[in-house]
Ligand binder design. Structure first.
Ligand code: ZN
Length: 150
């Protein structure tokens, strides 16, 4: 009966309705292939392959699926992991979930508006700030540069 309880819980979780609610085929036709693989299939891009990994410009990182702001450039740091890393996010727009994909629980980060998979949170971030590392796939984000005044 323990198992039954767990599966029922999972079922409820999978049925969460997000503000942006599209079918799989809609997402597939709207998103670039890599963004679809990461956001909708919880895939992971190859380390050092994403265009935003080394981005040091000032601006806001938004969800590639629904454009809601998720991260600010001031919270990005070089974790040397090969993925864009942040010591904190815009929590109101983030969902913290748990996945067991590799056999033990990890904190999964999702967009709270469209349910898109972003990456994972670890507690090996910079000690001098939050100690957290949000390890995010470049393909899950779009970067909006802040207008630089001349
Ligand atoms: Zn989103």
């Amino acid at each position: 009966m323990g198992c039954k309880g767990i599966s029922q819980e999972a079922e409820i979780k999978n049925n969460k309705i997000y503000a942006i609610d599209k079918t799989d085929s809609e997402w597939k036709s709207e998103l670039p292939q890599m963004a679809y693989y990461v956001l909708r299939k919880a895939g992971t891009e190859r380390a050092f392959s994403g265009p935003l990994n080394n981005n040091k410009k000032t601006g806001t990182y938004v969800c590639a699926g629904c454009q809601v702001p998720l991260y600010e450039s001031k919270n990005k740091y070089d974790s040397k992991s090969g993925w864009p890393s942040f010591d904190r996010g815009i929590d109101a727009n983030l969902e913290y979930d748990v996945d067991y994909k590799i056999g033990y629980p990890r904190t999964e980060l999702k967009c709270n508006k469209c349910g898109g998979h972003l990456g994972h949170a670890f507690n090996d971030g910079p000690r001098e700030t939050t100690g957290m590392r949000h390890c995010i796939n470049s393909a899950a984000l779009n970067f909006i540069p802040t207008d630089e005044k001349p």
